[in-house]
Design a protein around this ligand. Structure first.
Ligand code: ADP
Ligand code: ZN
Length: 450
């Protein structure tokens, strides 16, 4: 009998269908934290009884999110190999059809197959294609598909030995229903690799290639900030082709330099690869956010990075306070202060400011505006100014907004100056390592404070 859903899907993607994964985690360079988190899942699949006996539910859905080419598919496939589970690959776009009901029936078939082949990992690439937020358009085929998908996810409470993994680079577009507990409730960010990870990925891909004796890997690492694992694999391949074309016996740095130029020239957003000067600015900028956020909240961010992602050149990822329903006036002022701390740090260190803070400034302005106009937190006490502000108070309102912003900025400058040794240490370490997690930061604070 033919596999019914190799039939179903192979018209759109060659990779679709049931695959016996022939790789394990040794094929994924770096990304140790992600591997560790996923190994727990491998244990669920391996010994479901252990969890059943404790009445513990295994996580049914794991969402890998981040830019393309960062190894999300690779990790999922390697995990399947690692725990000897069947790997079932599908792309979200395969479920989007013109005719109502077809997508839904494909989803049903997919899960049916997985249950039969358990232990199994279903990996759905481009999850956003099925999981895009409803209400954005009225598309009953898509709604049916998504509903069927939710039903299948909910049917997993019986420890069926199936884990669903999804990948997307648009987590913000996903329907909230998908992210609820019991569905895709584990979210793992897979970002562009830091310097250390880039080095490991490069090492992995040059492993079986003839490399010149005087090859300097660090020079390649330095020139590839902002590029993904897929870019790096491509660069290694290009440099090999260049060396072959020239009739050489080994690949050297010159070949790599050319391959980097070739690869980055084709990128839509060339600015993603930062120069060293830009890297210095972004390091101090992010260090500013991090330090002020720690000083005001006492909480270390989960992650700080200067590896570009999307339109942002660097960012601080903090789960703290994100889901708060109400904020006090003080908390709002602190938020504004943290937002402005990136620019404040640039001003202190470089004596000038940059466009890198554009998004922070926008958000800070919006918050200050809301404080005055929506929340009644200005000198007008509980008076709010909804709608059109083109009235005789306009200037006064703007003055109030400016006051809030100025005070927050001054506070940031003051705190950063008082703690300039920590600021410097964070920025320097960030420049070198490109990614810092909470425990790295803890060490830095510890070092700077003794
Ligand atoms: P995504 O699913 O995130 O778009 P893929 O998993 O398809 O990315 O990765 C594309 C290719 O990039 C991989 O097949 C591999 O060659 C390379 N790659 C990405 N990350 C790594 C890594 N951590 N180690 C080794 N190779 C990697
Ligand atoms: Zn910023």
């Amino acid at each position: 009998m033919r596999h019914s859903y190799i039939n179903f899907f192979n018209n759109k993607s060659e990779e679709s269908g049931v695959i016996k994964s022939d790789i394990d985690f040794s094929s994924v360079a770096g990304l140790d934290e992600i591997k560790e988190e996923l190994l727990e899942i491998s244990d669920f699949l391996d010994k479901p009884e252990k969890y059943k006996n404790f009445g513990a539910k295994i996580p049914s859905g794991v969402l890998l999110y981040g830019p393309p080419g960062t190894g999300k598919t690779l990790i999922a496939k390697a995990l399947a190999g690692q725990c000897k589970a069947t790997f079932i690959y599908a792309s979200g776009s395969e479920f989007i059809e013109k005719f109502v009901g077809i997508g839904a029936s494909r989803i049903r078939a997919l899960f049916e197959k997985a249950r039969k082949k358990a232990p199994a990992i279903i990996f759905i690439d481009e999850l956003d294609a099925i999981g895009v937020s409803r209400n954005t358009d009225n598309n009953s085929e898509r709604d049916q598909t998504l509903n069927q998908f939710l039903i299948e996810l909910d049917g997993f409470s019986d420890n069926s030995g199936v884990v669903v993994m999804g990948a997307t680079n648009r987590i913000d577009m996903l329907d909230k229903a998908l992210l609820r507990p019991g569905r895709f409730d584990r979210h793992i960010f897979v970002g562009n690799p830091s310097a250390i990870t880039r080095r490991e990925i490069l090492k992995y891909h040059i492993k079986n290639k003839p490399i010149a004796k005087n090859f300097k890997i660090d020079s390649v690492v330095e020139k590839t900030n902002g590029l993904s694992g897929a870019h790096l694999a491509n660069i290694v391949n290009e440099s090999a082709l260049l060396a072959i074309r020239k009739g050489k016996k080994t690949i050297n740095n010159e070949d790599f330099d050319k391959a980097i130029i070739k690869t980055t020239a084709g990128l839509k957003n060339k600015s993603m690869v930062l120069s060293n000067k830009e890297k210095r600015i972004v390091s101090f900028h992010e260090a500013g956010h991090t330090l002020i956020s720690f000083l005001l909240n006492g909480i270390l961010p989960d992650k700080v990075t200067i590896v570009p992602y999307g339109v942002s050149l660097g960012f601080v990822l903090s789960s703290f306070g994100e889901d708060k329903m109400i904020l006090t006036k003080n908390e709002l002022e602190d938020k504004i202060c943290i937002l402005l701390a990136g620019r404040a740090s640039e001003e202190i260190i470089f004596g000038e400011i940059s466009t890198g803070a554009q998004n922070d400034i926008l958000k800070a302005n919006e918050l200050a505006y809301s404080m005055v106009c929506d929340y009644g937190m200005s000198k007008y006490k509980n008076k709010i100014f909804p709608g059109d502000k083109n009235n005789f108070l306009k200037e006064d309102i703007e003055h109030e907004i400016s006051n809030i912003l100025d005070n927050a900025y001054e506070k940031a400058i003051g705190l950063l100056n008082e703690n300039s040794n920590v600021l410097n240490l964070i920025a320097k370490t960030l420049y070198k390592k490109e990614d810092l997690n909470a425990s790295d930061l803890e060490k830095i604070f510890h070092m700077a404070l003794i």
